[in-house]
Design a protein. Structure first.
Length: 98
């Protein structure tokens, strides 16, 4: 999903396990694709969603808008900052195994 959106490609998304429902909901919320809202879409559902995404310029426009937003971020720096912040915070509930 991240790769497609960073390239401005709209999506058809499905899934009901792990973080898939949340990711699919975000794709739908931002108008960058169609959320099939199931972990087991049928061929007709997939076909209709793909046709919708390919024929509706709004999805591509919204995916390109997200592409522009991704281009403004430096993901590696952002991740490093979060890790550094987590390491710097004391965590009395965690104990060393040493």
């Amino acid at each position: 999903v991240q790769r497609a959106l960073s390239d401005g490609v709209p999506l058809v998304v499905a899934g009901q396990t792990e973080d898939k429902p949340e990711v699919a909901a975000r794709v739908e919320y931002f108008g960058a694709g169609v959320n099939l809202r199931t972990g087991t879409p049928g061929p007709a559902e997939v076909r209709a969603a793909v046709r919708d995404v390919l024929s509706n310029e709004t999805y591509r426009s919204n995916a390109r808008r997200l592409q522009d937003a991704y281009a403004l971020r430096d993901s590696i720096t952002d991740i490093a900052a979060v890790v550094d912040e987590a390491i710097a915070k004391p965590a009395p509930h965690l104990q060393s195994v040493r």
